[in-house]
Write a protein that binds this ligand. Structure first.
Ligand code: NAD
Length: 245
């Protein structure tokens, strides 16, 4: 086992699930680097969390930016990719540019993170990618996001195969609806959220901290035999059909 076992890089760590993850890992004693395209927000997050938390700018759609970030974090033990966005739109209406942006951030971004994390992570390290319930359940008006997240689930499986000989585990978490700025900032099809929550067995949306707990588990030796897996974390929403409104 090499590298610093208590070091973590949380990409997209300035907000929502990433911020909660950075907070949880810091509380567990990890030295955390918050990496985000929004450098000012990343710095604010690091200042908020205090302790051994630092911030860097990283744009997951930019190969040089991702490469540089990981070169400076050589030997990191835990990498969490929470960077993401969604630009909704029906297929017949969706601009190519909007399709491409979601694919670039969610899918190509995951590829670039896996590529450079795979090169620089410590032997025995853990990579966790935040996918989505929409990676396996289609949602009206969410073609680019669903397609990207389906790709993320497959990328995680391929990376798990390719990195296993170095003892690096690669897993995904597929959240359902979680209360974060991402959800607040997009206008989904009217009625979708209400119907989705009515259809969720535990009857509510998730909190970012509930995703962070699963990340902390996957990062730890408690998950030492787990790779190529995806955890459904959604109040049971995967047990029912995604609403079609
Ligand atoms: P958020 O908007 O609160 O946080 C996303 C973070 O990613 C932001 O800090 C943003 O600056 C950063 N980011 C965006 N583009 C980036 C880029 N190119 N390079 C680096 N950083 C970038 O969103 P969130 O809800 O916390 O989402 C985190 C992840 O969880 C995303 O992958 C999202 O798709 C996924 N997810 C969210 C939900 C939900 O309901 N909130 C559900 C399922 C999956």
């Amino acid at each position: 086992m090499t590298g610093d076992r208590r070091s973590a890089m949380v990409i997209g760590g300035a907000s929502g699930i990433g911020l909660a993850t950075a907070r949880t890992l810091a509380a567990e004693g990890y030295r955390v680097t918050v990496a985000d395209i929004d450098e000012a927000a990343a710095r604010d997050a690091a200042a908020l969390l205090g302790g051994d938390v630092t911030a860097i700018r990283m744009d997951v759609t930019d190969a040089d930016s991702v490469a540089t970030g990981f070169e400076s974090a050589h030997g990191v033990h835990t990498v969490v990719n929470c960077a993401g966005l969604s630009i909704p739109g029906a297929i017949t209406e969706l601009d190519l540019a909007h399709w491409q942006t979601t694919i670039d951030v969610c899918l190509t971004g995951t590829f670039l993170v896996l590529k450079h994390a795979g090169r620089h992570i410590a032997e025995g390290g853990s990579i966790i990618c935040i996918a989505s319930l929409n990676g396996r359940q289609p949602g009206t008006g969410m073609a680019s996001y669903c397609s990207a997240k389906a790709g993320v689930l497959m990328l995680v499986e391929v990376a798990a195969l390719e990195l296993a000989d170095r003892g690096v585990r690669v897993n995904a978490i597929s959240p359902g609806l979680v209360d974060t700025p991402l959800v607040a900032g997009i206008s989904l099809v009217p009625g979708l959220t209400e119907e989705y929550l009515d259809n969720t067995p535990l009857g509510r949306s998730g909190r970012p901290e509930e995703i962070a707990e699963a990340v902390a588990f996957l990062a730890s030796d408690r998950a030492s035999w787990m790779t190529g897996a995806a955890i459904d974390l959604n109040g049971g929403a995967h047990l029912r059909r995604y609403p079609d409104v």
